[in-house]
Ligand binder design. Structure first.
Ligand code: NAD
Length: 367
């Protein structure tokens, strides 16, 4: 297969971690007989420095003309970087919002998987950590409370603020379809999360998800209220496979789910548009505090590249090979500094960003 990828290395540790992900992808292509080409473009702080704006039309065009986009991370130190003296619409993060909109990305996928080798980092009770978990939160990205009409004005002598939670049937339907499709690549279970006991938007959400589920009789569907889901995530996370939810609930639940894995440097993400197009990036930020020191953990970005193979190119075996390589390096005791925590000085082998990339490349094999 021929893959045409636009890369946005971004700021801080972004260029270091994207370099490692490209190395791993190159090895996968060599082993499995694919062809991959990359085009690197600027976005975020580096684009402000070069062009005065965080996102240029050229970057949007390069992203649109690719089969998929692989990103590092954008942004700088929000207290000290001159980028944050600019007005909000000119700051690095405006580039991210702009590109998501330009590319029509409406479904955000964040897996939360507890590696058995890292279970000490899980803040849950031992029994829950011992059982492990492997879930994927699918959050709607373009509708709901964050995009509804809002105002702050004086009404009857009192300042009053209002936000509107609005969803159209078509917005719910397209993400529900994605959730069932993704579930078919996993353990075939969807838990749809809403607040249907109170909210009209949630009652419509539930009705449309039920309708879509009729086309997927092989996938089990359950509904769960969001307050219960927040509790269940810390009580028994093993019960979840695909968790489908609207924008704000997903924002909160996906952070909760990532927290219980205990390791920010391990968490990939994908944002999908209609068809097979997607933008893939680690869940963490640009970590300006450790940029350029060759100590960042590249695994979240490498796993984002695996998601790209799985969801944009349908290359499941190749994605499995990357995920297998990650498990192997952890089993063999290699750790970047963020994974060592209190285990520093123990039998683990401390490695830098580049060395972790090399170790992963060496462990890519046919599965
Ligand atoms: P962060 O995720 O960059 O860093 C939080 C902490 O985790 C830091 O101590 C950092 O060193 C560590 N860390 C993060 N990723 C790591 C990795 N791969 N390996 C080892 N350690 C890692 O969050 P922050 O400090 O709040 O934000 C820094 C910048 O990143 C800000 O400008 C923020 O706006 C931006 N940001 C960008 C994105 C994105 O591009 N999607 C997402 C989140 C934050």
């Amino acid at each position: 297969m021929k893959m045409n990828i636009t890369c946005i290395p971004g700021d801080g540790i972004g260029p270091e971690i994207v370099t490692q992900a490209k190395k791993v992808l190159d090895k996968v292509c060599e082993v499995y007989g694919h062809e991959i080409t990359y085009k690197d473009v600027l976005m975020g702080g580096c684009s402000i420095d070069a062009f005065g704006v965080p996102l240029t039309d050229e970057t949007i065009e390069a992203a649109k003309s690719a089969d998929a986009v692989l990103m590092g991370s954008i942004g700088g130190n929000t207290s000290t970087s001159p980028w944050y003296k600019l007005e909000p619409s000119k700051r690095p993060e405006a580039g991210l919002l702009g590109i998501r909109k330009a590319l029509g990305l409406f479904a955000n996928l964040r897996p939360a998987y507890l590696y058995p080798q890292l279970k000490e980092a899980c803040p849950l009770k031992e029994a829950a950590a011992e059982k492990g978990f492997d879930m994927l939160i699918m959050r709607e990205l373009t509708g709901g409370l964050y995009f509804g009409e809002r105002y702050t004005r004086e009404i009857e002598g009192e300042i009053t603020a209002c936000d509107t939670l609005i969803y159209k049937e078509s917005e719910i339907r397209r993400i529900a379809v994605k959730a069932f499709e993704v579930a078919r690549k996993r353990r075939k279970s969807v838990i749809s999360v809403d607040k249907a006991n109170v909210l009209d938007s949630s009652r419509l959400w539930r009705k449309v998800v039920n309708e879509v589920s009729e086309d997927y009789p092989d996938v089990k569907l359950e509904h769960m209220l969001v307050d219960n889901c927040a509790m269940q995530l810390v009580r028994d996370p093993a019960q979840f496979d695909v968790v489908l939810t609207e924008n704000m609930f997903g924002d909160i639940l996906s952070d909760e789910a990532s927290m219980i894995t205990g390791s920010i440097g391990m968490l990939p993400s994908a944002s999908l548009a209609n068809g097979s197009f997607g933008l893939y990036e680690p869940s963490h930020g640009s970590a300006p505090d450790i940029a350029g020191k060759d100590i960042a953990n590249p695994i979240a970005t490498v796993l984002s590249a695996a998601m790209m193979l799985r969801y944009s190119f349908n290359l499941d075996k190749e994605a499995d090979a990357i995920e297998g390589a990650v498990r192997k390096v952890l089993e063999e005791g290699y750790r970047t500094v963020d994974l060592l925590g209190s285990a520093e000085g123990s039998s683990f082998k401390r490695v830098g960003c580049k060395e972790m990339g090399d170790l992963l490349v060496e462990r890519i094999a046919v599965v």
